[in-house]
Design a protein around this ligand. Structure first.
Ligand code: NAD
Ligand code: UD1
Length: 336
């Protein structure tokens, strides 16, 4: 059984990754500092898979403790999810974002080099695309001109990984996620941020369960199908399936080939804010209240990807509908 280091493995996406790795016969080892997740997730992973993965409460910035994990295991590859990811907060606390995301990643990469584990799947984001171009975004499109420190840290680490491919023979699959939503079919793991959510579907869910009064729709006069913002929402299970395909791609590649392969992970179609609210109303069988607010700084009218490269090269394609994703998020919220 191959050991896979999963940084951020108790987080929203990472926990789904851990479940999928176990179910595919890998042994995931989790490193997470629990800054945005809790140990309860481990029990839920055990309820789903029957296995409680090895877990280390370690901050990636803590080189010595991180090294102790590399000393203990021989890793086949790393799935690097650990990150501070709140866009708004990143503008308020840029230094924390640089330190956490960049220094943490540098420690990880240095240890990977030292312990000769150079295969990595990196969780990048659609946010790295230069918004000067209209969607659909293709992997070869320009990146940069990021609008917040969170995006800047993703952009910088993508570029650092390119250097490590060229100079330290890393094998990198760089996955640019569009908008992950939904929850595991057991509804035991999912996304439930503390406080007021930044992202749309978690916000809608808090309204649905009565924890917030109404959805704030950030503007309804964009040049989109109904004036509200459009995004490429992808079910977290589809997203994770993309990671398994990426892992397979890395494992099949020859040892002496070094690459930085970028793949968009999205559905290729866009859903508007009003459609998300409408679909949720249909699923829960009652109206979801909303009000129109001014546009949010940094928002694009529309963002969606061209997912064809992942289909051609990895044999991956998103399968689950947006309505099913909303249903899974709702069931997870009811069950938590
Ligand atoms: P999350 O916050 O739920 O998970 C991230 C995990 O990393 C958390 O459990 C947190 O405790 C841990 N962590 C943070 N800093 C750490 C550090 N210094 N050391 C150890 N652990 C640390 O976020 P998520 O939604 O699961 O996102 C996973 C990855 O996917 C992130 O890299 C994120 O930027 C990326 N991504 C997410 C989205 C999204 O909408 N959720 C979109 C694009 C990209
Ligand atoms: C946001 C981040 C992006 C990050 C992504 C995934 C910003 C500017 N961008 O993208 O960098 O990679 O999350 O974490 O924060 N909306 C509302 N009301 C809300 C919340 C959102 O109307 O309460 C709208 C937005 O205007 C947008 C859509 O819903 O049109 C989706 O928003 P969100 O879920 O925050 O994702 P992104 O804007 O794509």
């Amino acid at each position: 059984m191959k050991n896979i280091l999963v940084t951020g493995g108790t987080g929203y996406i990472g926990s789904h990754g851990v479940v999928a790795l176990i179910e595919s016969g890998y042994t995931p080892i989790i490193v997470d500092n629990l800054s945005n997740s809790s140990k309860e997730v481990l029990e839920n992973i055990q309820k789903i898979t029957g296995i409680k993965p090895d877990f280390y409460e370690i901050d990636l910035r803590d080189y010595e403790n991180l090294e102790s994990v590399f000393q203990k295991y021989d890793f086949e590859a790393v799935l690097h999810f650990a990150w501070a990811k709140a866009v708004g907060e990143s503008s308020e606390k840029p230094f924390y974002y640089y330190e956490n995301n960049i220094l943490g990643s540098l420690n990880l990469f240095e240890l990977m080099e030292q312990y000769d584990c150079k295969k990595i799947i990196f969780s990048s984001s659609a946010t790295v695309y230069d918004s000067i171009k209209s969607p659909p975004f293709v992997e070869t499109d320009m990146t940069g001109n990021t609008t917040n420190p969170y995006g800047t840290t993703k952009f910088l680490i993508e570029n650092i990984l390119k250097d490590l491919v060229n100079h330290k023979s890393f094998q990198v699959v760089n996955l640019r996620y569009f908008n992950p939503v939904g929850a595991h079919k057991s509804w035991l793991i999912g996304e439930n941020p503390n406080g007021i959510p930044n992202n749309l579907l978690p916000f809608i869910m808090k309204v649905v369960v009565g924890e917030l009064p109404a959805v704030q729709v950030f503007w309804d006069d964009y040049e989109t199908k109904d004036g509200t913002g459009e995004r490429d929402y992808i079910h977290v299970l589809d997203l994770i399936d993309g990671h398994l395909k990426a892992l397979n791609f890395i494992e099949k590649s020859q040892e002496n080939t070094w690459f930085f392969e970028v793949f968009n992970l999205g559905t290729g179609s866009a859903t508007s804010v009003k459609e998300m609210i409408q679909f949720t109303s249909e699923i829960i069988g009652r109206e979801v209240l909303y009000s129109i607010k001014p546009r949010r700084t940094g928002d694009l009218p529309s963002s969606f990807c061209d997912p064809l490269k992942a289909e051609k090269v990895l044999g991956w394609k998103a399968q689950i509908s947006i309505k099913e994703a909303i249903e899974d998020s709702y069931n997870f919220m009811k069950k938590r």
